[in-house]
Write a protein that binds this ligand. Structure first.
Ligand SMILES: Cc1cc2nc3c(=O)[nH]c(=O)nc-3n(C[C@H](O)[C@H](O)[C@H](O)COP(=O)(O)O)c2cc1C
Length: 399
């Protein structure tokens, strides 16, 4: 009976294929159908190529560069190659859940949007455009500020943290004002970046005679394509001995901040077990293992290399987040396996921003989280809490 049905189906298909009408139609097919350009890039690095083609070269350098020798920038990517996945099979992976819980809130996925100054050099009204992309994809965003309007309109992220480098912490009054402003703004946490008390030498920008205020205005050029400098513009230079007019924040500052607010406080820019321990002891809610995108102190290695000691030092008392060089879902998976609770990106969404604005930001996040879910499905883990250290092996070149 079964054989008869199969035979009948086969002869029907043969009859169909022999039809001249069908053959003609197949010949008439004219290349792949057109798709929305934002859906064309197959991965994050495709977005990088598009962004480089589109951006002014000095703006591109400002975004892409690392500090000094850019050794940490290279190391950030190299570190991922040392981690190998150990997939397990025959587990039920028909549904993949990539949601996580962080500071009492459920996040749709463990990828967050890092702060990045200078977004207007990549796209007009960059911060708000990113906030809309974060809203569209339900992504946690650490904002450099000024997104309250978009958030109120319902288009922004539901969950966002206010960034600071501690400029507001010089006096107790200023700190209190800052805390009150942040609490009123609806931010769900404070993210304190601690690795930029002095600004590094970014030598691509120095060679380009880049002016920092172009980060706010965009890069000005005349009709011939020459950079336009106005009176008072100061191109980035080396040579000034570092000093700051005010004492820089310390762990004491952090402890004072802790007393002023119940909001979670996250320290961004940690690279050692010692500072993770200090964060725990100072009542911090979490840390982000980060080298500021390799844009501050150089020669610190890849952040992935610093992650295990920070995770160990945190001892499960506070979550350890990480960023730096994440470009693939598999990169995220590796960090989660090494104990990270969530993973931040900056350049990837900036590439999305400068190519397609809000839509590009959203697409970059969508690509990353889809890759993560797919890799989880292929590695035999159906939910984030099933990911553990056994999912990875550290490549040993001496074998
Ligand atoms: C153009 C640019 C501007 C940045 N500005 C800030 C900033 O204002 N504050 C901050 O904490 N980190 C800043 N960062 C660092 C990012 O928040 C993040 O730590 C890092 O870039 C992540 O690495 P990735 O770019 O490889 O994803 C910036 C990074 C870039 C690329």
């Amino acid at each position: 009976m079964k054989v008869d049905r199969r035979r009948a189906l086969r002869s029907l298909a043969q009859l169909f294929l022999a039809s001249p009408l069908l053959q003609q139609q197949m010949l008439r097919s004219q290349g792949p159908p057109k798709i929305d350009p934002v859906l064309e890039p197959a991965n994050i690095m495709d977005f990088a190529k598009l962004a480089q083609e589109k951006l002014d070269p000095v703006a591109w350098d400002y975004m892409a560069e690392g500090a000094s020798d850019e050794a940490a920038l290279r190391d950030a990517r190299k570190a991922f190659d040392r981690i190998i996945l150990r997939p397990r099979f025959l587990t039920d992976v028909h549904k993949i859940d990539i949601s996580i819980k962080l500071f009492g809130k459920t996040l749709r996925h463990p990828i967050f949007i890092d702060p990045a100054g200078g977004k207007n050099c990549f796209y007009p009204d960059g911060e708000n455009e990113v906030a809309k992309g974060a809203g569209e994809t339900d992504t946690l965003m650490i904002s450099n500020g000024g997104i309250e309007g978009v958030v109120k309109s319902g288009q922004g992220p539901k969950n966002w943290w206010q960034f600071t480098t501690g400029g507001e912490f010089r006096t107790e009054n200023a700190m209190l004002n800052f805390v009150e402003r942040v609490e009123d703004s609806g931010a769900s946490a404070i993210s304190f970046t601690v690795d930029i008390m002095h600004v590094s030498h970014r030598e691509r920008s120095i060679h380009n005679k880049f002016v920092r205020s172009w980060c706010d205005t965009g890069v000005p050029r005349d009709a011939q394509g020459n950079l336009i400098y106005k009176e008072g513009d100061e191109p980035w230079r080396t040579g000034g001995f570092p000093s700051r007019p005010f004492p820089t924040p310390t762990w004491d500052t952090v402890r004072k901040l802790r007393e002023l607010t119940d909001l979670p406080i996250i320290i961004k820019g940690i690279l050692t077990a010692e500072d993770t321990e200090m964060a725990v002891l100072s009542g911090m809610s979490g840390v982000v293992v980060s080298s500021h995108g390799a844009r501050q102190l150089d020669h610190v290695g890849g952040t992935l290399e610093a992650l295990p000691e920070c995770v160990q030092a945190a001892g499960g008392k506070i979550p350890v987040l990480i960023d730096g060089g994440f470009r693939r879902g598999s990169d995220v998976l590796k960090a989660l396996a090494l104990g990270a609770s969530a993973v931040g990106v900056a350049r990837p969404y900036l590439w999305g921003l400068c190519t397609f604005g809000q839509q590009g930001v959203a697409r970059v996040i969508e690509l990353l989280r889809t890759e993560l879910a797919l890799d989880m499905g292929m590695a035999g883990v159906a939910k984030i809490s099933d990911i553990d250290r056994k999912l990875v092996r550290i490549r040993d070149y001496t074998l």
